[in-house]
Design a protein around this ligand. Structure first.
Ligand code: NAP
Length: 253
């Protein structure tokens, strides 16, 4: 086992399932102390338990990324309990029900943007405030390859929010590289999680449905996405600033 994150403290949002849970486990396997954050206590506590069962160290904190007071508390609690904050993976996201633009309820549009875009901004504001006062840090945001194309009918809110995360990442990276805070994003393609599961569909059905849209003819494992997140969070990518790394099996190639 490599230990690229030995002595590092890492926050992962949306850590109660899917890519976030895999990220928390992967950072911990590589030596980090992980704070798994999310809205459902039982989900983030289960992630912390799994990290512990893997032999790692993790803590669970309930925090809603849309609430600045929650994200401030998350950073404060992390620093108080673990002595610092070196890496943040802003990963929480929601998909929303597919709806054509003309029929899209504004409240749905706003709620998707609130989590996917505002949540990343709010998280970064709290994380950067700590990092720049303590010598720097690294941030990786989860965007999506859907932000790069329009070929998911009915997904305007999701696609627009993720395109905005990509651009927000680039601007934030340039705003804060002088503070020694290095910021990048990963844009996954279809990944083996419960996101975008249709009513009555099993995980296997979803994977088979999405695989037909991917040149490599399958969906990604969460570990394939997390490998990119950890690389961007590590010193191996020390000259990579404001990049959005697409990991999508060729969809946007
Ligand atoms: P997921 O399992 O549904 O994970 C999303 C996580 O975000 C959940 O744990 C969810 O918690 C959490 N979350 C939602 N709203 C939140 C809020 N307001 N505050 C804090 N946490 C919140 O799906 P996933 O695939 O792992 O998604 C992770 C990220 O990857 C998302 O940003 C998603 O857009 C992105 N992504 C996924 C795919 C894919 O195919 N899976 C492709 C491209 C990008 P609850 O479950 O408790 O609500």
């Amino acid at each position: 086992m490599t230990a690229r994150f030995k002595d590092k403290v890492v926050i992962v949002t949306g850590a109660g399932s899917g890519i976030g849970r895999a990220s928390a486990r992967a950072f911990a396997r590589e030596g980090a102390t992980v704070v798994a954050a999310g809205v459902r206590p039982q989900s983030v506590e289960e992630t912390a338990r799994l990290v512990g069962a893997d032999g790692g160290t993790a803590d669970a904190v309930v925090a809603d990324v849309t609430r600045p007071e929650d994200m401030a508390r998350l950073v404060r609690t992390t620093v108080e309990r673990h002595g610092g904050l070196h890496v943040a993976h802003n990963n929480a996201g929601v998909f929303g029900r597919p709806t054509p633009v003309a029929d899209l309820d504004l409240s749905v549009w706003r709620s998707v943007l609130d989590v996917n875009l505002n949540g990343v901004l709010i998280g970064m504001q709290q994380e950067i405030a700590h990092m720049r006062a303590h010598g720097g840090g690294v941030i990786v945001n989860t965007a999506s390859n859907i932000g790069f194309h329009g070929r998911r009918p009915g997904m305007a809110a999701y696609a627009a929010s993720k395109a905005a995360v990509s651009t927000l990442t680039r601007v934030a990276a340039l705003d804060h590289i002088k503070d020694n805070v290095r910021i990048n994003a990963v844009s996954p393609g279809a990944t083996d999680t419960g996101m975008s599961l249709r009513p009555g569909e099993t995980d296997a059905d979803r994977a088979a449905r999405l695989a037909t849209t991917v040149p490599i003819a399958r969906v990604a494992t969460t570990d394939e996405i997390v490998a990119a997140v950890l690389w961007l969070a590590s010193d191996e990518s020390s000259f990579v600033v404001g990049h959005d790394l697409v990991v999508d099996g060729g969809v946007t190639s």
